[in-house]
Write a protein that binds this ligand. Sequence first.
Ligand code: SAM
Length: 222
Amino acid sequence: MSAPKDDRDREAVQVRLMNAYGVSRETLRRFESYEALLTKWAPRINLVGASTLSAFWQRHILDSVQILPLASPQAQTWVDFGTGAGFPGLVLAALLAERGSAQVQLVEASAKRCAFLREAARAMEITVEITHAKLEAVTPRPVDVVTARAFTALDRLLAYAAPWQGPATQALFPKGEEVSAELEQASTNWLFTSTIHPSASDTRGCVLEITNWQSKAGPTSS
Ligand SMILES: C[S@@+](CC[C@H](N)C(=O)[O-])C[C@H]1O[C@@H](n2cnc3c(N)ncnc32)[C@H](O)[C@@H]1O
């Protein structure tokens, strides 16, 4: 008798994570602890869409993991806006834990989601900075990488991310089919360099990389 489809899907993604992204067995075990906690908490608080929980490995883990190789290998400081249940910031923090010295800050406005993030970090035995606040209220600092998934449209994202920009900051934003429209809209207010990386987890999606963004109105204030 063959294994249930969910188990086969999970196994296929895990093999891909190891072979294509070099994810270690130890990190896979961490993600399994994370999945168990998410499954336990999800019925009580709104963490991820119920329909996406069964596709945890593809829709959430792979979708987040694919960001890491797009970042500079030297990237040390990371911030993730609106992390929600942990995507992509907490997953990236788990991957970066193997490198030892990277610092990842997760900014999330919901107290319940922050409580979940703390528990998940504990379950995975990783260190991550969880900031319970609205992004607008957080003191920005220059970082190497800014990430945000399903947070807001590109035009507003660039405004949020501008005060976190250093000389070589990369912004890496998972986006869906709306990416062209968002790029067009953002280009009315911003000058930037963009690269669209096809998504490994969703044929309709991409990871949008933005560097060197600046407001057409001149230097931005936060
Ligand atoms: C649609 S969810 C996306 C969560 C996660 N990034 C993902 O892709 O699964 C947006 C998240 O941003 C948070 N959020 C919304 N506005 C925020 C703000 N101004 N500052 C920080 N977090 C915010 C919400 O609480 C929510 O968890």
